[in-house]
Ligand binder design. Structure first.
Ligand SMILES: *Cc1c(COP(=O)(O)O)cnc(C)c1O
Length: 390
């Protein structure tokens, strides 16, 4: 539940105060790192009292509560539930609202392992999974069936960064009583707040910008309204979903400097995107803040800024060996998964392998770049010497 004392404050102020209760910890600024499995009861009556606040580490601690309060406040939701990873937050959110025979509309540019979860577990349990074109706005209506239970969005989508018309899709879903789930990891709750645009459930991989230091595995499910809370609470308890104390602590610490890091990431991201756009080796830069990006208008309408994540599509004709020479020559962009940390990274993408709605049209290699907090002159010089190896 959000902290009413700060309801009137702006987001940056909320982020400083969210989830903190120094008065409960001898004035200590940060909620202490709590590591707990067993929690003791003073009496049998207390054990049997349904009102007892904390029962077992897996089911919640003062630290998970602090992180959840902060995330609910950041996303403007009713309550939040933390989990050990972004992916477990997503699978638990989907399982909370789907049953055998239901139809799921899953966006075609969703994070790869989410696609895998749909194709493996959900299909096995009899969910009718349909991948849809991220360019669909209110046109999603034509895909909604009487059995449609959930519309899942991720905006901008993984690796290719198409921005979805979330408000238009949520408007259709609301009319049809379909639950909407949005993966808001790219915006980190700061650049875009889907619940304000009609979304029911928002999930984030707090592993990325919220954690921000490449050392946390953490996820969160933010529930927009009270009616949707209990199904998610029950599912996460049934599945044993929980986050470790260390990771919750890392997530809360990351939140305090999130605005600062996002501002810098957005500035450096834009500078690098413009620079990359001018390179003769690059066919296009997939970064929604660029005016040339196909869904720039929606991004501009709904988002308050950008981050440091983008992909480049190399010109056709650079074979796998050339691309390897380029990637291996980089010194400041080591190859690695994840993003949102302080350090730059490179990761190859393969949308041509799985994108079907619509099929991926570009022939050139797609490489995702996470722009970290290094000096952009150094990043450009490093890319420059590696491009010469192509
Ligand atoms: C990384 C990522 C996830 C999964 O998060 P984990 O914390 O790694 O499980 C989900 N969605 C998006 C968009 C991601 O980038």
């Amino acid at each position: 539940m959000t902290n009413s004392k700060h309801d009137q404050h702006k987001l940056n102020t909320k982020l400083v105060h969210a989830g903190r209760k120094p008065e409960e910890y001898y004035g200590i600024v940060n909620p202490p790192l709590v590591k707990a499995s067993t929690i003791l009861y003073p009496s049998l009556e207390a054990y049997q009292d349904p009102q007892t606040r904390y029962r077992y580490g897996r089911m919640g601690t003062p630290l998970s509560n602090a992180f959840e309060e902060a995330m609910a406040e950041l996303e403007g939701g009713y309550k939040a539930i933390s989990s050990g990873s972004g992916l477990s937050a997503i699978s638990a959110a989907l399982l909370s609202f789907l049953k055998s025979g239901d139809h799921l509309l899953m966006v075609d540019n969703a994070y790869g392992p989410v696609r895998d979860f749909c194709n493996h577990a959900l299909r096995r349990f009899g969910v009718d999974v349909e991948f849809y074109d991220p360019a669909l706005g209110s046109g999603i209506e034509a895909h909604v069936k009487p059995s449609t239970a959930v519309i899942y969005m991720e905006s901008p989508g993984s690796g290719t960064f198409e921005v979805q018309d979330v408000p238009a899709i949520c408007a259709v879903a609301m009319r049809k009583s379909v639950v909407t789930i949005v993966d808001n990891t790219w915006a980190a709750g700061l650049l875009f707040r889907p619940i304000e645009h009609g979304a029911d459930i928002v999930i984030q991989s707090a592993t990325k910008y919220v954690g921000g230091h490449a050392d946390v595995n953490l996820g969160v499910i933010v529930i927009g309204k009270e009616a949707h809370f209990q199904p998610v609470r029950q599912t996460t308890w049934d599945m044993g979903i929980c986050a470790s104390g260390d990771d919750l602590y890392g997530g809360l610490r990351g939140l305090r400097s999130l605005t600062l890091r996002m501002k810098q990431a957005g500035e450096q991201g834009m500078e690098m995107a413009r620079w990359l756009q001018k390179r003769p080796e690059v066919e296009r830069v997939l970064y929604p803040a660029l005016p040339e990006h196909p869904t720039h208008a929606i991004w501009k309408r709904d988002f308050s800024g950008a981050n440091g994540l983008m992909s480049i599509v190399l010109r056709e004709g650079y074979g796998p060996e050339a691309v390897s020479r380029f990637a291996n020559a980089l010194n400041l962009f080591p190859i690695g998964s994840s993003w949102g940390g302080y350090e730059s990274l490179l990761q190859p993408q393969s949308p041509q392998k799985f994108r079907k709605h619509p099929a991926w049209e570009h022939k050139g290699a797609v490489l995702r770049l996470q722009i970290g907090l290094e000096d952009t002159d150094d990043l450009k010089a490093d890319l420059d010497q590696a491009f010469s190896r192509l």
